[in-house]
Design a protein around this ligand. Structure first.
Ligand SMILES: [Zn+2]
Length: 132
């Protein structure tokens, strides 16, 4: 996906704010271009996993669709491990085909952002192009 420096900063700031717990949220796109970042509450309040309530998820997806955007990705942070999908992420992704998984690695203290497509349990890297 293509993301502006400002949108990316919203995500990395959210990761810093919620550390040592994982943060999470949705990314709205138009085509391949990020139009909006929608932070969510990690209901698990955990450094090891994230959970978005079904109600919050539905309301954010309605919001995205009402604005004529599409759900392009889900972001979350890994505060103790590398920014690579965990088995939990891979299992969760099975219910969300076609969207990118953007993960902010916080292990080194310096946010490291990676994005992936997870299809049929297979993880592939997707470039994150920072514009503006
Ligand atoms: Zn994860």
């Amino acid at each position: 996906m293509q993301i502006s420096a400002e949108h990316l900063e919203l995500i990395t700031e959210h990761a810093l704010r919620d550390a040592p717990d994982e943060c999470c949220g949705l990314i709205a796109v138009n085509g391949d271009v990020v139009t909006r970042v929608l932070p969510a509450v990690n209901e698990a309040h955990s450094p090891l996993r994230f959970e978005i309530s079904g109600k919050a998820l539905l309301s954010m997806i309605d919001d995205i669709e009402d604005a004529g955007e599409e759900l392009g990705g889900i972001y979350h942070s890994h505060t103790r491990s590398a920014p690579y999908p965990s088995q939990t992420d891979i299992n969760f992704a099975a219910g969300w085909p076609g969207i990118e998984w953007l993960i902010v690695g916080m292990k080194t203290g310096q946010p490291e952002v990676k994005s992936y497509l997870i299809e049929d349990g297979q993880v592939s890297d997707v470039p994150v192009a920072i514009a503006g």
